[in-house]
Design a protein around this ligand. Sequence first.
Ligand code: ADP
Ligand code: MG
Length: 582
Amino acid sequence: MIALMKRILGVSGVYRGRIVAAFVTSFLKSMFSKAPLMLSYFALAAFYDGSADKGLCLTLGIGILACLVLQIIFQHTTDRLQSAAGFMIFSDMRMKLGEHLRRMPMGYFTEGNIGKISSVLSSDMVFIEENCMTALADMMSYGFSQIIMLVFLLCFNLWLGLAALAITAIVLLFARGMRIDGLKKSAIRQEQNESLTEAVLDFAEGIGITKTYNLLGERSSLLTENFRESCRSSIAFERSQTPWHMALNVLYGVGAALLAFVALTLNGKGLMDTSLVIGMMLFVFDVFGPMKALYGQASRLTVMNSCLDRIEEVFAEKELPDEGKQSIPASADAPEVEFRNVSFGYTSKEVLHGISFKLEQGKMLALVGPSGSGKSTVANLLARFWDVRGGQILVRGRDLREVPLRELMNRISMVFQRVYLFQDTIYNNIIIGRPDATREEVIDAAKKARCYDFIMALPDGFDTVVGEGGASLSGGEKQRISIARCILKDAPIVILDEATANVDADNESYIQEAISELCRGKTLLVIAHRLNTIRHADRILVIADGRISQSGTHEELMAQEGIYRDFVSVRSGATGWNRRRA
Ligand code: ADP
Ligand code: MG
């Protein structure tokens, strides 16, 4: 429990002082809440002795009243100090986590971690922010009350105090067992929660396919099974805690009875006045009250602990190092992009082996090769979505890892086959390219990307909301918006990864025009399967099985036997067929 307090303090950042202040006020509140009980005890003892007089009664009355008032004041101060702190702490923490995720290599997001990230950011964070401050307040207040009770007993009678201490020690030991068991079960529950989140995301994302293939029943039953499993693990967790709680309650009862027994024995031996024994009976069943209340919350605290574990796990994942301080030179003799003997693997299996090439400023390099040969990987490494395993990638002679990520990202625009538009207006989706652009510049970029006409035909023009649940655009239209974004960004290096794949013929010519606008005067790395695009490249690299197998211009490569010539003969057939159809 102290460990949990420390952990919460550890994550509380700038709000730490506030929480520590709340510790103090909470302690004072506990003192003043227990004081009336003790004062009443003295009053009772005095009445029994016959030593009570009017003055004493008055003093006691005023004392009890004062304690009540002080208790209310300190309670209120504690609440004020703590109430908003939980939300503030975890709002800061969400931002930090967001920043952390932004710095993670792309690989982190594709390794089945999406469910974990979602459930950490949503359910774990929400649970903690809603519970941590009340839990902390309760822990402090009950903990202090218990200590005050024990100290009072010790001062009052050493034997009684020692007996109470012994019982407390047994309860603490027992509670430790309960906590360890609870943590284990709670971790299982949390994992189940994670896979539930993943299942829900998967179901929602694949709903189109699920419907068209008539899999609704099957897929929903998978989801339902996950819901059931989640319910089962929650119940199992609560059930596993019940026997512990019951046993603890028995312990408190036995403890209180033991104290009464010690008091009576002492009285029998003439070591304790009957008046004191009667006074003691007044609160003997309350001696372990605070501890009982505290451990009554054990399951909540255990869940908090494992939520914190998982939040820490995500924080512990290594970020893509961003320690580079060097700028990319404004001009250099070195090539704009250079790969030097680059090797890489997503997993232990290497997918690129010793790739080397140079790309001069303003030139176009095309990558071709069979699917799965490693073309997209080359592009992703240039954008530093991952770091190379061996070798070096240089921009104007500067290793990518020496350059701040932000600067590198300003240098590179990427157009992918799969376009992602945010659920926002078209205008906002384009201005992401350069947030300080003017409206005229955004419109100009849209015109260059051949989007203007179709945007103006939409009900709200540039203010039409697209993305999930928004206006539906064709694949080609979305692609042109993403190109407008890049045109606005105006980065000197442009990477096109199969930007025109999966686009119908009508759209293709527009996209080609948009791409030509984007590429004017830029250094280009193009992964394309259209012969028209490839043949204009200054140099073509043929990648096979993660190695460069051929390199040269279209004419040079056509003059050689090899993958390229085979590839071209197949493509020309396909293009011819396309042309006939168009
Ligand atoms: P291409 O673009 O030429 O089709 P890729 O560069 O996408 O090929 O893939 C090269 C190899 O790396 C393939 O074997 C592919 O399965 C693997 N691969 C691609 N992306 C990942 C990833 N995120 N995690 C693990 N393996 C991947
Ligand atoms: Mg690819």
